[in-house]
Structure formats: structure tokens, C-alpha cells
Design a protein around this ligand. Structure first.
Ligand SMILES: [Zn+2]
Length: 252
């Protein structure tokens, strides 16, 4: 069984991973590279999606995503801000937002190596991959709080730039959900496949979630992350609470 798995893994690596390494590397350069030209004057990230690119080549690392069924390339920072704002209330504590930003970045990096779709690595259906909507589109919802809430999102993304969740040196499939009934579920329990870093852990504070349990219950609880942040835990501690035996850092 183990040998078969090893052979399958080797084949998988040869066929899929090697061509994708370049994409993964580009993703990790978020922190190290000079900011792309489009970021230089610090417009709200949403402006970038609507502004026609000056050259056919993207200015920095990009995420290929199916948005409403259409494949689009989104600059990484724009993607992270839009997904974070779509996935977690922007009024959640800073450390919870940072934990969510790192989980989204890790999930996207994992998808570079393990695409969820044939034509794009991710889609914007929260029941399939993760929610995404450009940050600028929040102006209507957020009204007078738009600047403050956008800043919460941008800070969480920028203050964790390049940081991901690693298991044995590899980015994890950093799944998350809204709230559970007091404990998270293991991947084996819900999806039938054992994943060492997706185990059932205590999440008792979730019972205070206003809307009750929502989501598959595997990985990080968003409401639990909020409660842990309010209790004084750092984003690294929150991630290590929900993902078993992981490290939080840069790919080495
Ligand atoms: Zn999907």
C-alpha cells in the first residue's frame, strides 16, 4: 500500500508538480520582489482589476481563478484582499484576520500544485473553493466605514506577506469554515481521507457563534479564530490551534 502510494506520488510529482513549481515560486515572491508598478501609488486594490494592463505580461505574481465561470488572472495581493473581505467580517480582530489571510494564501499556494479545476486552479464559489469579490465592490456595503474596514483587510494581508502554513515543509490544504458545534472534524471523518494536519480539535467557543454551526467543520473555524484572537492569541497560535503539527512561516 505504501509502495503504491509512493509510486503514485512520484508519478504525480513528475506529471504535475514540476511544471507548476515555477508558478509556486512566483507566488512566494510576493514579499521579496519590488512592488509591481501598479501598486506603486497605492490605489485601492480594486482599481487594479478594472485598469487595463499596460503590457500583456502581468506585473507580479497572479492567481488564475474562475470568477462567475470565466477564467481571470488577478494580482496576488488583489486576490488576497478580495478573498479575505469575502470570507471574514472585516471587523474581526486583527490576529483573526491575519490567520485567515495566511490560510487563504496557503490554500491558493496549495492549489498551484493541486489544481481544483481543469482550466483554473481555483474558483470563486465558496462551497467549492473560496469566496472572492474585489475589495472596491464593498464600498456600497461598508459605506462610511469603507476606508477603515479596507485598511483592516490590507493590513492583515500586508503584515503577513509571504507567510504560509507548512506541514513537513509543504503548504497545506488550509481549509476553513464559519463555526462548528464545539469541536472541529477531521478530514477522515468528513471526507474519508486521513490528512495528518486536519484533525478534530476543541473549538468550544464556537457554541457562542450567533448563527450556529456553518460549514464542513474541517480545519480553522473563523468564529473560533475570532474568539482566540479576543483571548489574546497571535495569528500563528490560532493557526497552530486548528491545524495539527504545522509550522507558520515562509517556504524554506
Ligand atoms: Zn472551485
Amino acid at each position: 500500500m505504501k509502495r503504491t502510494l509512493a509510486v503514485s506520488l512520484a508519478l504525480f510529482c513528475a506529471v504535475f508538480l514540476i511544471p507548476l513549481l515555477t508558478a509556486g515560486q512566483a507566488l512566494l515572491q510576493e514579499q521579496n520582489e519590488e512592488p509591481p508598478e501598479v501598486f506603486a501609488s497605492e490605489p485601492p486594490p480594486s482599481v487594479m482589476v478594472e485598469t487595463p494592463a499596460p503590457s500583456p505580461l502581468p506585473a507580479g505574481p497572479v492567481i488564475t481563478m474562475l470568477i462567475g465561470g470565466t477564467e481571470q488572472e488577478i494580482p496576488l495581493r488583489e486576490f488576497l484582499c478580495g478573498a479575505l473581505a469575502a470570507e471574514m467580517p472585516a471587523l474581526y480582530p486583527g490576529e483573526a484576520l491575519k490567520a485567515q489571510a495566511v490560510a487563504i494564501r496557503t490554500f491558493a499556494l496549495y492549489a498551484q500544485k493541486h489544481p481544483y479545476h481543469e482550466t483554473a486552479r481555483l474558483c470563486d464559489n465558496f462551497e467549492c473553493c473560496l469566496a472572492f469579490s474585489p475589495l472596491s465592490g464593498r464600498e456600497g456595503d461598508w459605506g462610511g466605514q469603507f476606508e477603515e474596514l479596507s485598511l483592516n483587510i490590507l493590513n492583515a494581508v500586508d503584515e503577513t506577506a509571504g507567510i504560509v502554513i507548512l506541514y513537513e515543509g509543504e503548504p497545506i490544504e488550509a481549509v476553513f469554515f464559519s463555526a462548528t458545534d464545539g469541536r472541529t472534524r477531521s478530514a477522515a471523518e468528513v471526507w474519508g481521507a486521513e490528512v495528518p494536519y486536519l484533525q478534530s480539535v476543541d473549538s468550544a467557543f464556537d457554541t457562542e457563534a450567533p448563527n450556529g454551526p456553518r460549514g464542513h467543520g474541517v480545519g480553522m473555524s473563523q468564529f473560533g479564530a475570532r474568539q482566540l484572537a479576543l483571548a489574546g492569541l497571535s495569528y500563528e497560535e490560532i493557526l497552530q490551534w486548528y491545524y495539527t503539527d504545522v509550522e507558520v512561516g515562509r517556504v524554506g
